[in-house]
Design a protein around this ligand. Structure first.
Ligand SMILES: C[C@](O)(CO)[C@H](O)COP(=O)(O)OP(=O)(O)OC[C@H]1O[C@@H](n2ccc(N)nc2=O)[C@H](O)[C@@H]1O
Ligand SMILES: Nc1ncnc2c1ncn2[C@@H]1O[C@H](COP(=O)(O)OP(=O)(O)OP(=O)(O)O)[C@@H](O)[C@H]1O
Length: 290
C-alpha cells in the first residue's frame, strides 16, 4: 500500500516574542499561514519492521535526524506499531530557510501514517504528538491559517487571509533557528500588533494585513546577514505591498496584490537569489490534504 501526501511550507505573517521561559523556549505569538509550495511525501508499507528515509536532496538527512523519521518513530513507539515504512521526500521547500520544511514533512508523515498504519487518531491528537517533535509541527499538522501561542504549539484556527501573491526569495545562506532565538535581546523589542493582524485577516482587509506584518527575529538575522536586508530593499523597490522575513529566516517574502508587480519582483530577484517562488496562500485548513 502506497500514499502520496503534500507537505506545504508556512510563512509567519507576524511573529512576536513575549518572554523567555524557564524551559529555555520563548513564549511566542505568531500568525502563520500555509502556502502553495510543498514537498511531496510518498509512504509505502514495509514488511520489515524499519523506517527508511529516501531523499535526493543532499541537505536532507536520511537517518534519525530527519524530522519525518522522528515522526514515524514516535508513532511506532507510542502505539507499539510492528509494521515498517519507506518514506520518500521529494524536496521543493528550501532547507533551513524559515519555511518549516522539516516540520511540515514531519506533520505530513504523522497524517499519512495515521492512515497507512490505521491508528485512528484525531487531527488534534496528531498535533499534540507533533509538538513533541518541534514547535512548528502542530501548526503544520492542521495547516491553513492560525494564531500560534505557547512555544508555537497552541493553535487557534483563523479564516483565510485576503487573496494575494506571495513572492519568496531565499539568499545563498542557511540559518539556525536556535542561534537566532539565542541572540534575541528581549528588552527593546518592537512588538508587532498581533490583535490587529488577526482582525485584518478576519475582515479580509489586504491593506491592513500589509500594515501589520512584523517579525521580532528579523533584526537579529539582518544583523548577521546583511544580504537579507538587501533582498527586502529590492522587493520594496519593485513595488511589493508588504515585505517581511519568515520565521528565523533567511527567506524573505513579499505580499503583492497585482499580477504585474508580482512578475516584476519575481523576475527582478531571480539571478540575485538562490531560489525564488511566486505562489498563493492555501487559505483555510481543509485545503491542505492530498
Ligand atoms: C522560528 C519559527 O519557525 C517560527 O514559526 C519557530 O518559532 C521555530 O520552530 P521550530 O524550528 O519547530 O523550533 P524547535 O525545533 O522546537 O526549536 C529549535 C530551537 O529554537 C528555539 N526556540 C524555538 C521555539 C520557541 N518558541 N522558542 C525557542 O527558543 C529553541 O532554542 C530550540 O532549541
Ligand atoms: N525532512 C527534512 N527536511 C529538511 N531538513 C530537515 C528534515 N529533517 C531534518 N532536517 C534538518 O533540519 C534542519 C532545518 O531544516 P528546515 O528546512 O526544517 O528549517 P526551517 O525551515 O528553518 O525550519 P523552521 O522554519 O521550522 O525553523 C536542516 O538543516 C536539516 O538538517
Amino acid at each position: 500500500m502506497k500514499l502520496l501526501i503534500k507537505a506545504p511550507a508556512k510563512i509567519n505573517l507576524s511573529l512576536d516574542v513575549l518572554h523567555k521561559r524557564p524551559d529555555g523556549y520563548h513564549e511566542v505569538e505568531m500568525v502563520m499561514t500555509t502556502i502553495d509550495l510543498a514537498d511531496r511525501i510518498e509512504m509505502s508499507l514495509l514488511d520489515k519492521d524499519t523506517i527508511k528515509i529516501n531523499s535526493q536532496n543532499r541537505f536532507v538527512p536520511d537517518d534519525q535526524r530527519n524530522l519525518a523519521y522522528q515522526a514515524a518513530r514516535l508513532l511506532k513507539e507510542r502505539f507499539n506499531v510492528k509494521k515498517g515504512v519507506s518514506i520518500t521526500i521529494e524536496k521543493t521547500i528550501p532547507v533551513a530557510a524559515g519555511l518549516a520544511g522539516g516540520s511540515s514533512d514531519a506533520a505530513a508523515t504523522l497524517r499519512g501514517l495515521n492512515k497507512l498504519w490505521q491508528l485512528g487518531l484525531s487531527i488534534d491528537e496528531l498535533a499534540t504528538l507533533g509538538s513533541e517533535i518541534g514547535s512548528d509541527v502542530s501548526f503544520c499538522v492542521y495547516g491553513g491559517t492560525a494564531l500560534a501561542t505557547g512555544r508555537g504549539e497552541v493553535i487557534q484556527q483563523l479564516p483565510a487571509p485576503p487573496t494575494c501573491w506571495v513572492v519568496l526569495a531565499k539568499p545563498f545562506i542557511g540559518v539556525s533557528t536556535a542561534e537566532i532565538y539565542r541572540r534575541l535581546q528581549i528588552d527593546g523589542i518592537h512588538h508587532p500588533n498581533t490583535k490587529e493582524m488577526v482582525r485584518a485577516i478576519e475582515e479580509k482587509d489586504f491593506k491592513r494585513v500589509c500594515n501589520h506584518v512584523g517579525n521580532v527575529l528579523e533584526e537579529v538575522t539582518l544583523d548577521l546577514h546583511p544580504e537579507v536586508a538587501q533582498i527586502k530593499d529590492q522587493m520594496k523597490r519593485f513595488g511589493a505591498d508588504a515585505v517581511l522575513m519568515s520565521g528565523s529566516g533567511p527567506t524573505v517574502f513579499s505580499l503583492v496584490e497585482h499580477d504585474s508587480r508580482m512578475h516584476r519582483i519575481y523576475n527582478g530577484l531571480r539571478g540575485f537569489c538562490d531560489q525564488v517562488f511566486a505562489v498563493r496562500m492555501l487559505g483555510e485548513r481543509h485545503t491542505i490534504e492530498g
